[in-house]
Write a protein that binds this ligand. Structure first.
Ligand code: CUA
Length: 312
């Protein structure tokens, strides 16, 4: 609704419009209360002004009903706004069914994007219109922040963990991508373009990109090169747990906790395997922190999450 008013960036998703409605509601309530409060101050200042030097205020009885009303109503109003805001926050963090999975690795000072097909791009992100997208964000160095104003989305990219963003663009066009967290000398240069294309154009674009290797294939190559198989083989039970079919399933740890084996857990178990040792195993695995870069770890995670459950 604001596309003709340059005060607001373009709205390129239904989510962006919802965020704007939320913003306008907040602005509206702020205005309403500011005007109400300042008018009351002005009105009372005039009406109850001191008229003579020995003027004394009249005693009043507590207006109980009024006090309850001005406490409870704003409370309910703020809780309502909180629920609305939290709902918007979770929308961007809850993946839709069958999203287009894209990995983004931030690095001083660029955005490296890798599609599931293996296609790569730097400082640009091509996506089709009308399809949910799920970004997995990692960083090689410091904190960056992935910010696309047209989607009203901003997510910090934090060292040592994955963060995710979910959105569905519904407007074809080119939009700004910024880094919104000061990350060093060339922070202001760390920007790019998000290109939302018609699905057929996107397919054509994807096929036009030369692909050396899919992330899964690269992950398999790292898995073999690093000799992971010797402990994590199909039937292995001695040194390390078997990994086939592990992704998305609950895992019982040595300390009695149960957690779900998501991307974050797989990543952590490669980089710092001693942190969450699976029940029944000893912490034998060497940490791979510093030996693999984030892209290689993403490859491994994507390979591991693709392994089907072994036939019984
Ligand atoms: Cu990356 Cu600022």
């Amino acid at each position: 609704m604001w596309n003709d008013l340059p005060l607001f960036p373009q709205e390129a998703s239904a989510y962006a419009r919802e965020v704007d409605h939320f913003f306008l509601a907040l602005l509206g309530f702020s205005l309403l209360f500011s005007i109400g409060i300042f008018s009351a101050i002005l009105y009372f200042a005039i009406k109850y002004r001191r008229r003579s030097p020995d003027d004394v205020a009249a005693a009043i009885k507590d207006p109980k009903g009024l006090e309850i009303a001005w406490t409870v109503l704003p409370f309910l109003l703020s809780i309502g706004l909180l629920v609305w805001g939290v709902d918007l926050f979770w929308q961007a963090r809850t993946p839709a069914k069958d999203p287009l999975e894209i990995a983004v690795v931030a690095k001083q000072w660029m955005w490296k994007v890798r599609h599931a097909s293996g296609a790569r791009e730097v400082d640009s992100l091509h996506i089709p219109v009308g399809r949910p997208v799920r970004l997995t964000l990692a960083t090689e160095d410091v904190i960056h922040s992935f910010y696309v104003p047209a989607f009203r989305l901003k997510q910090d990219v934090v060292p040592g963990r994955y963060t995710t963003l979910n959105f569905e663009p519904d407007r074809i066009g080119e939009y700004h991508l910024f880094c919104a967290e000061y990350c060093g000398t060339s922070h202001s240069q760390m920007k790019g373009t998000v290109t939302v294309m018609a699905p057929s154009d996107f397919e054509r674009w994807l096929h036009s990109k030369a692909v050396a290797e899919t992330p899964q294939a690269a992950g398999r190559r790292h898995f073999e090169r690093l000799g992971c198989m010797s402990c994590h083989g199909r039937k292995s039970t001695e040194h390390g747990p078997a990994l086939a079919g592990l992704f998305g399933r609950p895992v019982r740890l040595g300390d009695g906790q149960t957690i779900v084996a998501d991307e974050g857990y797989l990543r952590e178990s490669i980089v710092e395997p001693e942190k969450k040792v699976v029940a029944g195993f000893r912490p034998l695995m060497p940490p791979y922190r510093g030996r693999l870069n984030e892209e290689q770890i993403l490859d491994l995670v994507s390979y591991l999450s693709s392994l089907p459950e072994p036939a019984p």
